[in-house]
Design a protein around this ligand. Structure first.
Ligand code: PLP
Length: 404
């Protein structure tokens, strides 16, 4: 017990199981309070997209606050517009709303569904989402989350939640009816265990939602913003499948939420909504105090510029090949590995043991990962990771596997 952990025990609500105390980070590495160095492939659960203490981010934090940190949405600021312009150029014709977290970004999608239901579907309010999904911890987002352990004890939930199995188009077809306002899915289920959507599922989902007049909402809080080696996971999913059909090329949801890697550690979220539905929001209908602040959007701008300047999308793809290749080679020798799956900087290692058993072994070996689902650990390296660092992480993985 240290003074740090004592203070947590005494004064911080006990809602999380914490391992040890981190005091410093640099690049892909972090150090604990005993001076031990660890490779961080958990990145605060898919957040530190540029790793720790990236010079460009340090520079932004060093300069923007002396100009303007915050001014509210009663005023324009100079940083939000160019960032929104860039995000729209990546996502497609539409508009951006800036928020503060993934859950708040998803709240925006859920409110969009309600507005659409009222304006265009006779008050329809049901949102069909998937079992094993994760959408956040607010009341609306735990309602959408298809995992009992997340909403247990908080009932009654919001009316209109329907959950169907992921990648099951027939279940989705059966669930969509006159009361449905929207469908909400992750392109790659993250917390649920790193399960990418099938390309055929995505295309069919787009077709049936359009036909039914129901919104297709995508929660890209974890799998979006270049995480999979493309701006959006669905782009990478179609590319991997070699799907060059017109449907795949034209595929676009009606709204997309983002957070995590978007802020690289600054608490920020955002959603994009297509031009067809952006008009459902009006002045005063939705807002947030901090969203789109000069500092927050300066941070996003720096991350976007760094990804472009340093060609990090290509790096994510190259390091994916190193990491997946290495993990598959380990799988051949360690039967405790039951599967390797994922895309880009979002790779799940499925094990024959629970994450609660595996995580301490990875920690002992000097590697931070993130647990997912009931039997998977996630490799979520920062976009700046090098081939040598992936190699080190693989060595430490093998050390951990020897103890399992
Ligand atoms: C982390 C996560 C959220 C919630 O984001 P917060 O910033 O913790 O509110 C929502 N959806 C997905 C897919 C996530 O991974």
């Amino acid at each position: 017990m240290s003074r740090t952990t004592d203070l947590y025990d005494q004064y911080i609500l006990n809602t999380a199981k914490r391992s040890f105390t981190l005091v410093r980070g640099q690049g892909v590495r972090v150090w604990d309070d005993a001076g031990r160095e660890l490779i961080d492939f958990g990145t605060g659960v898919a957040v530190n997209s540029l790793g720790h203490a990236h010079p460009a981010l340090v520079e932004t934090y060093a300069t923007q606050p002396s100009k303007l940190i915050h001014c509210s949405n009663l005023y324009y600021n100079e940083n939000a517009g160019p960032v929104a312009e860039k995000l729209v150029s990546l996502a497609g014709p539409g508009k951006i709303f800036f928020a503060n977290s993934g859950a708040e970004a998803n709240e925006g999608l859920i409110k969009l569904a309600r507005l659409h239901g009222h304006a265009n579907r006779g008050g329809a309010y049901e949102i069909v989402s998937t079992t094993n999904s994760f959408h956040g911890r607010t009341m609306a987002t735990i309602t959408a989350t298809g995992q009992e352990k997340i909403y247990h004890g908080f009932e009654p939930l919001l009316p209109g939640a329907v959950h169907v199995p992921f990648n099951d188009i027939e279940a989705m077809r059966a669930a969509i009816g006159p009361k449905t306002a929207a469908v909400l899915i992750e392109g790659v289920q993250g917390e649920g265990g790193v399960f990418p959507a099938d390309p055929g599922y995505l295309k069919e989902l787009r077709r049936i939602t359009k036909e039914a007049g129901v919104l297709l909402l995508m929660d890209a809080v974890q799998c979006g913003f270049f995480r999979t080696g493309a701006f959006q996971s669905f782009e990478r999913i179609f590319e991997e499948a070699g799907d060059e059909s017109a449907e795949a090329k034209a595929f676009r949801p009606d709204a997309i939420s983002m957070a995590k890697s978007l802020g690289g550690g600054f608490p920020i979220g955002a959603f994009w909504v297509s031009d067809a539905f952006a008009g459902l929001f009006a002045v005063g209908s939705h807002n947030t105090t901090y969203g789109g602040s000069p500092l927050g959007t300066a941070v996003i701008g720096t991350i976007l510029a760094t990804i472009e300047k340093d060609n990090l999308v290509q790096n994510i793809r190259d390091r994916e090949a190193d990491l997946v290749g290495g993990l598959k080679a380990l799988q051949a020798r360690y039967p405790v590995i039951t599967a390797v799956r994922g895309l880009g900087a979002m790779i799940g290692l499925e094990l024959a043991v629970e994450p609660a058993v595996a995580m301490p072994k990875f920690h002992e070996a000097g590697l931070l990962l993130a647990p997912a689902g009931s039997k998977t650990v996630r490799y979520l390296p920062p976009y700046i990771v090098t081939r040598a660092e992936v190699g080190e992480a693989l060595e430490r993985t093998e050390t951990a596997l020897k103890g399992l």
